[in-house]
Design a protein. Structure first.
Length: 418
């Protein structure tokens, strides 16, 4: 009995198109950007894994007889071409390190060079190893004195989702006053899953003696703005009050996050101690020493431009739940670009050139406004060919993000005299 070949040309075409989408997004306008990102992001950032799985599958199909005949040979050639394209994607990313580091050198000057040179060289984690890092650095907290600690997570607020992981080396002294980073997850203000976001960065910093706090927060549509930023502020207040019990320094707390987390990161950093977003804890200190927003949304009010009408409609229906026309001030207040100020902390903003979810021009506009207003350094890294969420995996982009952010935070720490 002959086994029917399962459309080898169609499958090969799909593989080649997917690889091409990783080279450059196939769509940048309207709702097509969502599937373009969904397929192009993991393919581009995990290109060696995708290519390896494709090779194994091609071997299986070859043994089954899918590549017999003229059409089968064409399909095999197309599949092999997709492997070559994925190899190109990986090599291109592996050569992008200067685009992460050069902006720091330009913004921070010669002192940055000396600080960066002190960091010991670190082996790249790899795409698969990254997923194991939480198990290595997030220990059970039941032995810690804070009453909010339960099992593997801490509770920083009154809501069921107000939980966080504390990343630290097991041998970190409890009285060590290590620098602290709060990680705010993305997810369009509607997901907020803290794993596996920023695992390369947090594992890198934890290994170097930092304490990282990876938080979750209330999300939409179940919750309405400003619940999201209130939770970020509450997490900052918890960190300032409790992180010393974990060996962290409450006087050196930085903040980072990607996408929606980038928006919340920038907004929190630019509105320290703002009572409108600290209900019931107005007197708590929510200031930070530095901010690292990554591929964030910084403008909730502009309605013109590619994707902007759809974005405003999404906010109106699911997040803010108020009509933009009658409540424009709410959208303005939620926009970090309207909150830039002379005393803003040092910022390191990162954005991918090929971001199909949040266009790179939004990052550029925010940085331009921030540089004009702030008395502190503002570094901006625009990563060539990088999609949205380029720092999730232990890919070259994830590795370079982790090391560049560590260099930036090292500089902030050194210049503060801590």
């Amino acid at each position: 009995m002959t086994t029917r070949r399962r459309y080898p040309l169609l499958r090969a075409t799909a593989e080649l198109v997917n690889a091409g989408n990783a080279v450059q997004p196939l769509g940048r306008k309207g709702y097509v950007t969502i599937p373009v990102f969904a397929f192009g992001w993991p393919t581009g950032e995990a290109a060696p894994v995708v290519a390896g799985l494709s090779m194994l599958d091609a071997l299986r199909r070859g043994l089954r007889g899918d590549f017999k005949g003229r059409s089968g040979r064409i399909a095999l050639a197309m599949t092999a071409l997709s492997w070559g394209v994925l190899g190109f994607v990986y090599r291109r990313a592996a050569q992008s390190q200067p685009r992460f580091e050069d902006p720091l050198r330009e913004a921070l000057g010669e002192n940055y060079e000396a600080i960066a040179a002190r960091e010991r060289r670190r082996r790249r984690g790899g795409v698969l190893r990254t997923s194991w890092s939480r198990r290595q650095y997030v220990q059970k907290t039941s032995t810690v004195g804070a009453s909010e600690a339960t099992g593997n997570v801490i509770r920083y607020g009154p809501h069921s989702v107000n939980v966080a992981d504390v990343w630290r080396r097991a041998d970190l002294p409890r009285d060590g006053r290590a620098p602290v980073l709060l990680q705010v997850p993305g997810g369009a203000w509607a997901i907020g899953m803290r794993g596996p976001q920023a695992y390369p960065l947090m594992s890198h910093l934890a290994e170097r003696g930092w304490v990282c706090v990876s938080m979750a927060y209330r999300v939409s549509p179940r919750n309405t703005w400003p619940a999201h930023i209130v939770d970020v502020k509450r997490a900052l207040a918890w960190v300032k009050e409790n992180i010393a019990e974990y060996g962290g320094d409450p006087d050196f707390v930085a903040i980072t996050g990607g996408s929606a987390g980038g928006h919340l990161t920038a907004l929190a950093a630019l509105t320290p101690n703002d009572p409108q977003w600290q209900p019931g804890f107005e007197d708590a200190d929510t200031s930070v020493v530095a901010a690292v927003p990554v591929y964030g949304r910084y403008d909730w009010f502009s309605s013109r431009g590619s994707g902007r009408p759809e974005f405003i409609a999404f906010l109106q229906k699911y997040v803010v739940k108020r009509r933009f026309v009658e409540n424009r001030q709410v959208y303005l207040d939620a926009s970090p670009i309207t909150k830039v100020r002379p005393d803003a902390p040092p910022f390191f903003v990162l954005h991918g050139e090929d971001d199909s979810i949040i266009p790179v021009r939004e990052g550029r506009a925010f940085v331009e406004a921030l540089k004009e207003a702030s008395d502190n350094p503002v570094a901006y890294a625009e990563i060539p060919h990088a999609q949205h969420a380029f720092d999730f995996f232990g890919s070259p982009h994830g590795h370079f993000t982790a090391t560049a952010v560590a260099h930036f935070l090292d500089w902030v720490k050194a210049t503060r005299g801590n």
